[in-house]
Design a protein around this ligand. Structure first.
Ligand SMILES: Cc1cc2nc3c(=O)[nH]c(=O)nc-3n(C[C@H](O)[C@H](O)[C@H](O)COP(=O)(O)O)c2cc1C
Ligand code: SF4
Length: 708
């Protein structure tokens, strides 16, 4: 009996029969064209998720009044019959794989970015109440440019507080959209009544300030939602599913939507005979990390208790969502806390998740690492992508096919780029040998997993895949031209990572100054003795040998714990470099009781992190009172201080018992060039070719292996 039998059991969502309880959560993808047509890219993306075994595919935000009320620049439309053929193709392609398909119908109301950009009125229930935040300050210049290009430049937006005719028009748009969805062969619609969009605006006691029959009491605020549901149901057949997505809470919003009221709203929706209720949440973005409380929840199963409360209040199926692991979802269904599990990010990272559960191979699922790359794309008006899965959004042009002429591929370096290249090449039928200098796979990802544990799950998955496939791994092996000759390699991938040049700062060679690389090697046991001899006193070396950080263990969990007991760093640590590495290290060190200061020479912090993850990290560091100094040039390091000048050339010092240099990383093609000069066919991938961290590494590895 399957470990996931409840999750994988068939069920009816109203009239729609699903083969299992796993639903692709609606996600705006930006895969339509500028005119709102459903493209090949969009169809292939959804088809892949249907082929992966989900019971139901829900398309993210589809615009009911296109381009009016549209939130994203490449959002799909359902506002005219001309959109039906493209959507019908999508429906057919999803159905071909045995999944059902629905679309989330939406009007963005006051957050309709396209209306803002194109100078149309913003339709709202009542005058928007503005919230202050400083999130723009965390954007890089380039991101800011893309952000701003979506805002109208000539003057303030025009706001239109909807009158009764407008309300009637909006209701009609929703109803007509549902009718067209059915004509296009869809099985249902999810009415978007959450996330600050138009219906949520009416439901919210904070945002809805109307004094007519659509505002004030709960009965009045739900009137618009009732009218939409009724109109939609009246226009579709009884075989067509109609359900709604609601917010359990509007967090960081005084007097906003609250679970008690959300339960009432759910009851009213149930009275209107919706076939299900999806329970989400929203948070006013008072700070960037609020977005990771809701709707893109970071906390595992962060909304599940609320879904369960709604389920207890109504006799209607409930769709739970929000970082729900398969085991947790399975249990929740078994206990009657919800009926379906919608998964968003997990199915971006691995569309095959349902099939892999059904096959009893959960360990082969490519995990989401909660890096927020996908959704950050939306913030800068780009099409979505996934850092953990280079195929996401590329399904229309990248297919993993057997190689016409299988070769012997030797891969040098067992970090993420090397492992991913090995996996893809092996799956294509190439013979793969992977050479690794240390005694473990992972490269810098191992250390990155200590700093952000979510990365560790990806590391485990990559290692498991390498083990499962017929890949020969040679540990403790240095790649030389002679060895590669001996191996008779048809092609060599060099994936040996970045180099980190020591900065030209007086004092950078002092014992208490660590390069990121030295720290990583010491802690992960990668030629640690060499580093220990150079940097540690005899007593420190004895402590290390006594089992703390000698690399004697391969367990990340043990290292996580042990590093809390001892690390070769003093109480005050200055980190020079406020990029991804510097900031994640700062988080790691504050958890280990260090007082950290970050000194970044440039204007931006964490530029390589996705916008949303950066918001989170920066908020966390600020909450811990970590000084984050930008535009500062370090002039000297001495025994207990770092000297720097600020942008106005004023000198300052920071007390530091230890200094970590998190700057100076760059591509390192030296081995690749040496092997190429020897006459070997070589491709450099990952950070040794171009710094790209996890996303770049996996993409580089995949592209190279597909090109063979
Ligand atoms: C890239 C991206 C786009 C999203 N767009 C939508 C959307 O269009 N409509 C919606 O209701 N939720 C949207 N969401 C939220 C998801 O549907 C889901 O509720 C949320 O990601 C939490 O579930 P998860 O942890 O399984 O991803 C989006 C999420 C992501 C990652
Ligand atoms: S981009 Fe990151 S957060 Fe988004 S689905 Fe992929 S791994 Fe998860």
């Amino acid at each position: 009996m399957s470990q996931f039998k409840h999750l994988l059991s068939p069920a009816k969502l109203g009239p729609v029969e699903l083969r299992n309880r796993i639903i692709l959560s609606p996600m705006g993808d930006n895969f339509a064209d500028e005119e709102g047509y459903c493209t090949e890219q969009m169809q292939a993306y959804y088809e892949a998720r249907a082929a992966g075994g989900a019971g139901l595919i829900i398309m993210g935000v589809v615009s009911i009044a296109f381009p009016h009320g549209t939130a994203e620049p490449f959002q799909c439309a359902i506002s005219d019959d001309k959109y039906i053929p493209g959507l019908a193709k999508l429906a057919e392609r999803v159905h071909k794989h045995g999944a059902k398909v629905a679309m989330q119908i939406q009007h963005a109301g006051k957050v309709a970015a396209r209306d803002l950009a194109e100078g149309r009125e913003l339709w709202v229930p009542s005058m928007p109440r503005m919230t202050k935040n400083d999130i723009m300050a965390s954007l890089t210049q380039e991101e800011l440019g893309k952000f701003i290009s979506s805002q109208r430049r000539d003057g303030n937006p025009t706001i239109r507080v909807m009158d009764k005719d407008d309300i009637a028009q909006m209701v009609e748009w929703f109803a007509a959209a549902a009718e067209r969805a059915e004509k296009a062969g869809f099985d249902g619609v999810e009415i978007h009544a959450a996330h600050n969009y138009i219906i949520a605006g009416f439901l919210s006691p904070y945002h809805n300030q109307r004094d007519d029959e659509y505002g004030g009491s709960l009965e009045n605020r739900v009137r618009f939602m009732r009218e939409v549901i009724r109109a939609v149901r009246a226009r579709v057949s009884p075989e067509f599913g109609v359900w709604i997505r609601l917010d359990a809470y509007e967090l960081h919003t005084e007097g906003g939507i609250h679970l008690d009221e959300a339960k009432q709203v759910a009851k009213i929706a149930a009275e209107e005979a919706v076939h299900a209720i999806a329970v989400s949440a929203y948070a006013t973005i008072t700070t960037g990390s609020a977005f990771t409380e809701a709707p893109l929840v970071q906390k595992p199963a962060g909304f599940l208790d609320w879904a369960a409360e709604v389920r207890a209040a109504v006799d209607t199926p409930v769709i739970a969502l929000g970082r729900i692991e398969p085991e947790v979802g399975n249990k929740a269904i078994a206990e009657g806390r919800c009926d379906f599990i919608a998964m968003g990010r997990k199915l971006l990272a691995d569309p095959e998740l349902p099939n892999k559960l059904a096959a009893g191979k959960p360990e082969t699922i490519r995990p989401c690492i909660y890096c927020y790359v996908c959704v950050s794309q939306i913030f800068i008006n780009e099409r979505i992508k996934c850092a953990a899965n280079p195929f996401t959004g590329q399904e229309h042009q990248q297919v993993l096919l057997p190689a016409p002429h299988p070769k012997h591929v030797v891969i040098v370096g067992g970090g993420p780029a090397g492992m991913e290249a090995a996996r893809v090449a092996s799956l294509r039928g190439h013979r793969v040998t992977l050479i690794e200098r240390s005694n473990r796979l992972g490269g810098t990802l191992f250390f990155a997993a200590l700093a952000y544990p979510e990365n560790g799950v990806l590391l485990d998955n990559l290692v498991a895949q390498v083990k499962e496939l017929p890949i020969e791994v040679r540990f403790n092996t240095e790649a030389t031209p002679e060895l590669l000759d001996d191996l008779n390699a048809d092609h060599v991938f060099v994936a040996t990572g970045a180099k980190r040049d020591a900065p030209n700062i007086p004092g950078a060679d002092l014992k208490h100054v660590w390069s990121g690389d030295e720290l990583r090697r010491l802690m992960t046991g990668d030629r640690a003795e060499e580093i220990a001899k150079k940097k540690l006193s005899l007593t420190q070396r004895t402590m290390m040998k006594a089992g703390s950080l000698s690399g004697a263990t391969n367990s990340r969990d043990a290292l996580q714990g042990l590093s809390k007991l001892w690390m070769p760093l003093g109480k005050n640590v200055a980190i020079i470099g406020g990029g991804l590495v510097g900031l994640e290290l700062a988080e790691f060190l504050i958890e280990r009781g260090r007082k950290v200061t970050v000194l970044e020479p440039g204007p931006a912090l964490g530029a390589e992190l996705s916008i949303v993850r950066r918001w989170r990290v920066l908020d966390n560091l600020r909450d811990h009172q970590v000084p984050l100094l930008t535009r500062c040039t370090v002039s000297r390091i001495d025994a207990d201080q770092v000297h720097y000048v600020d942008q106005d050339h004023n000198p300052h010092t920071v007390a530091a018992h230890s200094v970590v240099l998190a700057i100076g990383a760059g591509p390192d093609r030296s081995l690749a060039d040496r092997l190429a000069q020897h006459g070997l066919p070589v491709t450099a991938i990952g950070d040794c070719q171009q710094l790209g961290y996890i996303e770049g590494a996996l993409r580089g590895g995949t592209d190279a292996a597909l090109a063979l």
